[in-house]
Design a protein around this ligand. Structure first.
Ligand SMILES: *Cc1c(COP(=O)(O)O)cnc(C)c1O
Ligand code: SF4
Length: 415
């Protein structure tokens, strides 16, 4: 169905009534006017006395910031509004669950230099700021995000760049934070230019939630900068179809129409999107604005977000409702980011029912069981092509389960 995208208007909201359209559409105005306290928030949405009291207590622990744009998207009359749940703190944030961990993904521990996490051999996560335009209530990085909003630390960044220069196997750098797009264009350009000048860095990714919470940030100027340092991939973070507005669509269009592919990483959140229907609708709406669903994350074990967690079964149920039932393009990979820094582990329904030497018994999305007969001769003649020779040059035989499967490993070592 063709969708009429909602435009987020502000004239009906008392405190934004006199804001000029050109200010409202200016990301710097949005960023400078984020809602950080209860009295401003209560001028936008109704908050009863009890909620106010609870809000005051939770604000002592974790910072609040909501862009005027995202706040105006809240459905006032709906206490379970998915926008509200992601933006407005609740008293449950103070609960310390037994399973809570401050840094569940060991991002600080697996960090050879501050702000850089090197978990996988060929790619790194680079945190260039701790500031975000909105502080998502479910943020996995809440231990650091919003703690100091000083922005970009050049010394730290250059240490990270040096590390990347020295480690020639790094071919993919993910620029994240906080939200890197809270930094001014000149900084973004400096970061991208510096990374692009490292010979072995093949691709750069930008992780930013601004298309969702501050779409005004995706300006022509920013896109022109990004274009100069291609190939760059952009990953954003839509969690609910209600977030896909006219403004969000325009922001994503700007990126895709300038050759920057946009992907989406959703977090599975209780009461926000823990429903196969909502998720399917979200994936469809994303594709309609040319955003490719990339991951659904199981909610992490970070402290203060236990009220957002669902069972892993819920995630599997969601994938069961997507795969086969709709376009493969609409099916992201559901992952559990392993506590202790094990990295992302894909989890999905079981499609392989059984197997023997000769046969594989599979089931499809309808539950129909099929038999795939495997070839009797499965030997493969490695001709030692150039790709093989290059791989051997960098081959580190001690890495990963894949090496246990490597039949040629002895041969490779002997060559
Ligand atoms: C998620 C993540 C990456 C990127 O993983 P992909 O599966 O390549 O998207 C890299 N480093 C860290 C530390 C991560 O958490
Ligand atoms: S934008 Fe990302 S880093 Fe910032 S608060 Fe939201 S989830 Fe956390």
């Amino acid at each position: 169905m063709k969708k009429i995208y909602r435009k987020v208007l502000h004239k009906h909201i008392p405190i934004f009534k006199d804001v000029k359209d050109e200010d409202w559409n200016d990301w710097k105005w949005q960023l400078n006017n984020t809602i950080k306290d209860i009295s401003s928030l209560s001028k936008i949405i109704t908050i009863d006395e009890k909620e106010k009291e609870q809000l005051a207590i939770s604000l002592k622990k974790f910072k609040m910031a909501i862009t005027p744009y995202y706040a105006a998207l809240i459905d006032e009359n709906y206490i379970r509004c998915p926008i509200r749940l992601q933006a407005v703190p609740r008293i449950q944030e103070l609960i310390k669950d037994d399973s809570d961990i401050s840094d569940p993904l060991h991002e600080d521990i697996d960090s050879p230099v501050p702000g850089l996490t090197h978990r996988y051999p060929d790619r790194v996560l680079l945190l260039v700021t701790r500031k975000c335009s909105m502080y998502c209530r479910h943020c996995t990085r809440r231990r650091v995000v919003g703690c100091d909003e000083s922005g970009f630390n050049k010394e730290c960044f250059l240490d990270a760049v040096n590390y990347i220069k020295k480690n020639k196997q790094i071919r993919d750098v993910i620029v994240s934070g906080g939200d890197p797009l809270t930094l001014p264009d000149s900084r973004i350009e400096y970061i991208l230019e510096t990374l692009r000048n490292i010979n072995h860095v093949e691709i750069i990714r930008i992780g930013s939630r601004t298309p969702v919470v501050m779409p005004q940030r995706i300006t022509d100027n920013l896109v022109n900068i990004i274009k100069k340092y291609q190939p760059i991939f952009f990953n954003t973070h839509f969690n609910h179809p209600d977030e896909i507005t006219e403004e969000a669509k325009i922001a994503c269009d700007k990126l895709t129409e300038n050759g920057v592919p946009v992907g989406n990483q959703t977090v599975l959140l209780r009461d926000v999107n823990d429903c196969p229907f909502i998720m399917k609708e979200l994936m469809h709406e994303l594709l309609k604005i040319r955003v490719k669903p990339y991951y659904i994350y199981q909610c992490d074990l970070s402290t203060g977000i236990s009220h957002f967690r669902t069972s892993v079964g819920k995630g599997i149920e969601i994938i069961e409702n997507l795969r086969g039932h709709t376009s493969g393009m609409a099916v992201p990979t559901y992952v559990v980011d392993a506590p202790g820094g094990g990295g992302k582990i894909p989890v999905m329904p079981n499609y392989v029912i059984s197997r023997s030497d000769k046969k594989l018994i599979l089931r499809n999305y309808e539950g129909t069981i099929t038999v795939y007969t495997q070839p009797s001769d499965t030997s493969s003649d490695c001709g030692r092509c150039n790709i093989c020779k290059n791989t051997y040059k960098f081959f580190t035989p001690s890495e990963g389960v894949a090496t246990l499967l490597e039949e040629n490993i002895q041969n490779l070592n002997r060559r």
